[in-house]
Design a binder for this molecule. Structure first.
Ligand code: COA
Length: 261
């Protein structure tokens, strides 16, 4: 994206806490928030997945705190949140991007495989929202949950992720209703097929990319920058009256009913 759509200081004075913020879509969102004035804390299970993004953000002149935490474990999330508050003084924006995914037929998926993805995506999202609540309440903050479109129809080999993301969308709506009274906005983004991401590498054999591209109404894969721009909008004051929404950013793909298989 060549043109700067949003003011570079639109998030000046704001602190963002971004899970899965080292790589892929949420890494892009973390970097974009930092490039627009926010101080960002990024988390992932492994520190090595965070170091390159931390270095890139700091190189561009912004502040970044990297903290390893598995979102499945509430105590670890609480520690990461308090480390962030210790370093930056507060949290205004939470982005839930930590997710697990793999292709597996429902008939072959173990209960633990199903539960693992639900634990990361759904319970992890709840854990982070819950642990950050006091901060969000104090700062009239906001939550952005990264979802998917897989569960809008039926997507083969994705029962675990579809169930998990349906839960994430429920969290978005429920918290928007419960926490609106504190000035907390809660929204989501449902990305379609986004190129150059771990998810796409895992889910889409390269030989299928061309045929899938033809099925996308806008005739191209999404880019991480497309999600970054949507995230900047939702987190910005331009979206001050938007809450409880999951914005689909997929070039119109899900409407065609053509899934990943
Ligand atoms: N197919 C089927 N089952 C799988 C699987 C696969 N490819 N990968 C993991 N599982 C199952 C395991 O068999 C296990 O179940 P079991 O105990 O009944 O055998 C269960 O899931 C947990 O697996 P484990 O490897 O112990 O879990 P983990 O916590 O280390 O990591 C993931 C699981 C899903 C998070 C891992 O695959 C991962 O790291 N993915 C990368 C993150 C990612 O995909 N990000 C992009 C999101 S779009």
């Amino acid at each position: 994206m060549n043109k700067q759509v949003f003011s570079p200081d639109v998030f000046e004075g704001k602190v963002a806490f971004v899970t899965g913020g080292g790589t892929g879509i949420t890494g892009g969102v973390a970097r974009a928030l930092a490039e627009h004035g926010a101080k960002v804390a990024i988390t992932s299970r492994k520190m090595e997945n965070l170091e390159p993004m931390k270095a890139a953000i700091e190189e561009s002149g912004s502040e970044c705190h990297a903290v390893a935490a598995d979102v499945r474990h509430f105590e670890a999330v609480e520690m990461a949140i308090s480390e962030t508050v210790e370093r930056f003084g507060k949290i205004d924006i939470v982005v839930n991007g930590a997710a697990g995914n793999f292709l597996c037929w429902a008939s072959e998926l173990s209960p633990n495989g199903f539960g693992t993805v639900v634990d990361i995506d759904t319970k992890g999202t709840f854990n982070v929202c819950r642990a950050a609540f006091d901060q969000l309440k104090e700062n009239s903050g906001q939550i952005l949950n990264i979802s998917a479109t897989l569960h809008y129809l039926g997507t083969p080999m994705q029962i675990h992720v579809s169930a998990a993301k349906a839960g994430v969308d429920a969290i978005t709506r429920n918290l928007a209703v419960e926490w609106g009274r504190y000035g907390i906005r809660v929204n989501g983004i449902a990305p379609g097929p986004i190129e150059d991401t771990e998810g796409m590498k895992r889910l889409l054999p390269p030989q299928l990319k061309e045929s899938l591209t033809k099925k996308i109404p806008l005739k191209r894969f999404g880019r991480i920058a497309d999600i970054e721009q949507a995230a900047l909008f939702i987190c910005s004051p331009a979206a001050a009256y938007i809450s409880g929404v999951t914005l689909v950013v997929d070039g119109g793909h899900w409407l065609t009913g053509t899934g990943l298989s």
